[in-house]
Design a protein around this ligand. Structure first.
Ligand SMILES: [Zn+2]
Length: 406
């Protein structure tokens, strides 16, 4: 245990109010913090600026040590969940703090060494090709003989090219799930659904297209909730009040859908069942007459990730193209009340999706557009510059190939 009273005497004690932000991901910083009292959330930002809490830290925990020790930019956003008192450690008082609390040095070192160990393991596995093997193992889970619990009698729910995908969620997903009772905002019936304990998720990395990869868990499989009574479907964090005007339409649509889709979830969940929830959500969006294409774009982007995991390259590109068209619609046609940083993110994503479907000139345009001269996020600026150089390399290789075949 840390001697909080003794530490507080060293100075640098600061109070943050509930909801106050310590720093944002990508910010430069040279301090680490020890929580003396209170709780903070560790957040990463989803594609549309929606903060997702990946873990919670409490009294005695510390954060920001990589910035203090290695001058790295902040890797996540930290915000106070309740009024929180911290000790701020910088180059000036670091030695004093360690002298006062040697156990802290030990804990920081332990944290760092487990990070280094993880890195070494990853590298070792890459060398032996184990990482691929591990991935393949997760994706081609034991071939299933049980028929999926969900039966789709009318394939018009899916786009042409969608196939059955015999993949199961790993059984230990259940460790990170709990049953939650939800009130359907459309039919007003209560139902139980699987919910993710987001405080237990550990972020591994964020892909160029802003997909968040978590250690041994894929929250996308549980992201869309479907009411088993009326089939209203939405992202779990948006499963709330629906305007009265749309309820009737959604209920009518639900009746029709129920005639062709028998929705049930296996335990562990099957990918085919997950796809049904996403396609039902697209139906719900249509019935609720949303003029904003962003919602559907978010669904298609996630569908592209699911198809990618299922190894269906053709559907991966199809879903990516859908997402690209709709995000473009948002970019050009929707009045957005967004920050410079959110615009940068959207432009970066548009570049990424354009590059993916092979539209190099569009990709270049959007990557360039993601670089903000003023008031932007520097991490995004850097990423956009990196991607421009990757893209130029790719174009050179393609041109070389074309020349060789001539
Ligand atoms: Zn309902």
């Amino acid at each position: 245990m840390l001697d909080i009273a003794a530490l507080a005497k060293l100075g640098g004690v600061k109070k943050y109010n509930a909801d106050e932000i310590f720093f944002n991901a990508g910010d430069p910083g040279h301090e680490m913090y020890i929580i003396l009292k209170g709780r903070v959330g560790v957040y990463i930002t989803s594609i549309d600026g929606f903060p997702i809490m990946v873990t919670e830290l409490a009294s005695g925990d510390f954060f920001g040590e990589m910035s203090l020790l290695e001058g790295q930019p902040r890797s996540a956003t930290i915000g106070a969940i309740e009024d929180t008192i911290v000790l701020v450690i910088n180059e000036n008082n670091f030695e004093q703090v360690i002298a006062q609390q040697p156990s802290l040095a030990y804990r920081i070192m332990k944290g760092m060494s487990s990070r280094v160990r993880q890195l070494n393991e990853d590298l070792g596995q890459l060398k032996r090709g184990k990482a691929e093997e591990r991935k393949a193992h997760k994706l081609t889970a034991p071939p299933t003989v049980r028929t999926p619990a969900t039966q789709v009698l009318d394939n018009s729910l899916f786009p042409p090219g969608h196939k059955p995908y015999p993949l199961d969620a790993p059984p230990n997903d259940n460790n990170l799930l709990f049953d939650r009772e939800v009130l359907c905002p459309v039919c007003e019936e209560k139902f139980k659904t699987k919910n993710v304990r987001s405080s237990k998720l550990r972020l591994d990395k964020v892909d160029y297209d802003l997909r968040q990869r978590f250690v041994d868990f894929e929250p996308l499989w549980y992201l869309v909730w479907t009411c088993p009574n009326c089939y209203y479907s939405n992202f779990n964090f948006e499963f709330k009040q629906v305007p009265e005007a749309f309820k009737k339409k959604l209920l009518e649509q639900g009746k029709q859908l129920k005639a062709s889709v028998r929705l049930q979830f296996s335990d562990p969940r099957k990918l085919d069942e997950v796809f049904v929830t996403y396609y039902l959500m697209l139906q719900s969006l249509q019935a609720s007459g949303k003029p904003n294409p962003t919602e559907a774009a978010k669904v298609w982007l996630r569908l592209s990730w699911l198809y990618s995991d299922a190894g269906d390259e053709e559907m991966f590109l199809y879903a990516s193209r859908q997402a690209l068209d709709m995000f473009k619609d948002t970019y050009y046609n929707t009045r957005r009340d967004t920050s410079v940083e959110q615009d940068q993110r959207l432009s970066l994503l548009l570049g990424e999706l354009s590059m993916r479907i092979g539209d190099n000139s569009e990709a270049l345009k959007f990557f360039r557009g993601a670089i903000a001269r003023k008031g932007g996020n520097n991490t995004i600026n850097r990423q956009a510059e990196d991607r421009i150089s990757d893209l130029k390399d790719k174009i050179l290789v393609q041109e070389k190939k074309a020349e060789d075949t001539e």
